[in-house]
Design a binder for this molecule. Structure first.
Ligand code: TXE
Length: 506
């Protein structure tokens, strides 16, 4: 399958010759899937200017109008789910079934965002309080204008749609710069919007290109940038946005841990660790990379995990559990982490090898906590398993990295599970499951520390792409004015008395 590249205005009549392009490569077969324009600074500025105009129209649709249109967009995604999943499969390398799951979750988020936008963001009366009882106070959340979305390749639909769906539902136009590894997915989404909403194609536009195109988007007059990628690139995006005080949302990497407590269902924990660590070839920001198992369960957990890991099928075929590493340069990082683990005393129980861009399912034990495999984001199908005396020690180790995205806890005690989840220095935690929060649209998604800040999904995700607007309406004039140069002197004395009476006794 060759993906149809998008023609841009830059191609037509360009006196400097054809615009530069870049190729999208199938990581499984190494073939070129399509060639895409590298959008220049001027192309990006044009797209943002068109988006600014479209944003006025989009905002004027109101919540109901936008819901109707987002339903039409959702309909296209749902009807053509297999087509979009095929592009994801080809460009990212993940199995078709995983690509379908990814698109399905994104559609569910789009539905939630458009359905709940009015309730979360619409005008509401708030109490006026003691000193302004003559005022009617209203709070509402207004769109920002144009949101620039810079996306990654690992979940090229789910991840950017976490920003796009919520930004659109909140009334913003969007300019989306997909990863250079998955441009076809981005272009597909832009085309889907044009088919669903032919009268206003500029509400959701896609500009393709490399990092510099992302940088241009930061400087093109957008009202916010939602970035998903690595922390170093995130810093560059923030620096570019700082030039014009453009606010940013940062969804960065993670080094998520799973804690397996004394009373855990070990088989369920093994199953979840395998999926959490190795699905999508481990290229998941909320993927499990470390496991801390208590003395009571460690031996059983390691034995079962190693046996089950050996059953994991890899490759590009339809029966594969996961595929090749999407970005060739990532293979070097994964190999370095495995080598560093071994050099510092760790043992590879299974896997540790790479063939045709596929990293074998890898389980490592006895890896020191200061090794790269435990401290840095590996982004590959590897798991380190460490023995701990207790879940409390596991929490200490879990929290000892600069990352703080998500984590998982396995225990039969609901109370203990929730207590441990609260102690994890992360934005999200699942008990007796992995990544369950991603599939629940009402829950916010985001991290702390090096994992970033800001939230997509849920009510917080809608508010992230809005600005609060406070409106007061004076219902009647106070008999004695407090905010006027005509204020009589005794008002201050009375105010002191009232404040003492109401607040002074606590
Ligand atoms: O991300 P980058 P990459 C982690 C993971 C992976 C590493 C690198 O560890 O190994 O990041 O992946 C655009 N100004 N995650 O190279 O470089 C770029 O074009 C503006 C975690 O894909 O961060 C792409 O669209 N934009 C993760 C996007 O930024 C720039 C998901 C991401 O690129 C830019 C993916 C610049 N100067 C990788 N330079 C997660 N949180 O899920 C690049 N870009």
């Amino acid at each position: 399958m060759t993906l149809a590249p998008e023609a841009t205005s830059a191609d037509a009549g360009n006196p400097a010759g054809p615009a530069p392009t870049f190729d999208s490569i199938d990581p499984g077969r190494g073939t070129v899937l399509g060639s895409y324009p590298v959008a220049s600074d001027a192309d990006v500025a044009d797209a943002v200017a068109r988006a600014q105009e479209a944003a006025t129209w989009w905002r004027a649709r109101g919540f109901d109008g936008r819901r109707r249109i987002l339903k039409a967009f959702k309909g296209v995604l749902a009807r053509e789910i297999e087509d979009l999943a095929e592009v994801v499969h080809l460009e990212n390398g993940k199995p078709r079934s995983d690509a379908i799951l990814e698109v399905a979750i994104a559609i569910d988020h789009l539905e939630w965002a458009s359905k709940h936008a009015a309730k979360v963001l619409g005008p509401r009366r708030v109490p006026s309080g003691l000193l302004a009882s003559n005022q009617a106070a209203t709070l509402e959340y207004q769109p920002l204008g144009v949101v620039g979305v810079i996306g990654p390749w690992n979940y090229p639909v789910f991840t950017p749609m976490g920003s796009i769906a919520y930004a659109l539902a909140a009334g913003n136009a969007v300019v989306f710069k997909p990863s250079e590894h998955t441009p076809g997915v981005g272009v597909w989404l832009g085309d889907a919007w044009r088919r669903a909403v032919p009268e206003r194609p500029d509400v959701l536009q896609v500009v393709t290109g490399l990092g510099a195109t992302g940088g241009a988007l930061c400087r093109a007059g957008v009202d916010k940038v939602a970035f998903t990628g690595s922390a170093p690139t995130g810093r560059r995006v923030m620096a570019a946005c700082a030039e014009n005080l453009v606010p940013v949302l940062m969804e960065l990497g993670g080094k998520d841990a799973m804690i397996v407590d004394d009373d855990a269902d070990v088989s369920a924990a093994v199953d979840a660790a395998l999926w959490g660590g190795m699905s999508n070839a481990g290229q998941t920001c909320v993927g499990i990379e470390r496991v801390y198992a208590t003395d009571a369960v460690y031996d059983r957990f390691v034995a079962e995990l190693t046996a089950r890991a050996a059953e994991v099928r890899t490759g590009s075929g339809d029966d594969a559990h996961y595929g090749p590493i999407t970005m060739p340069s990532q293979v070097g990082i994964i190999e370095r982490h495995i080598a560093d683990a071994v050099a510092s005393g760790g043992r590879v129980l299974t896997g540790g090898t790479v063939a045709d861009g596929v990293v074998a399912p890898t389980v490592m034990v006895d890896v020191p906590e200061d090794s790269a495999a435990v401290r840095e984001e590996t982004f590959g199908p590897t798991l380190t398993v460490a023995r701990v005396r207790s879940a409390d020690e596991a929490i200490e180790r879990t929290n000892a990295t600069p990352y703080g995205l998500a984590g998982a806890i396995f225990t039969r005690s609901a109370k203990r599970g929730v207590a441990l989840a609260r102690q994890m220095r992360t934005g999200m935690a699942s008990i007796n499951a992995v990544n369950a929060f991603s599939t629940i649209p009402a829950l916010p998604f985001g991290g702390v520390g090096e994992s970033g800040f800001g939230r997509i999904h849920g009510a917080d995700g809608l508010r992230e792409f809005s600005r609060s607007k406070a409106i007061t309406r004076q219902r009647f004039a106070l008999p004695i004015p407090t905010t006027s140069f005509r204020r009589p002197p005794e008002v201050t004395e009375r105010l002191v008395k009232v404040i003492r009476l109401v607040h002074g006794r606590s």
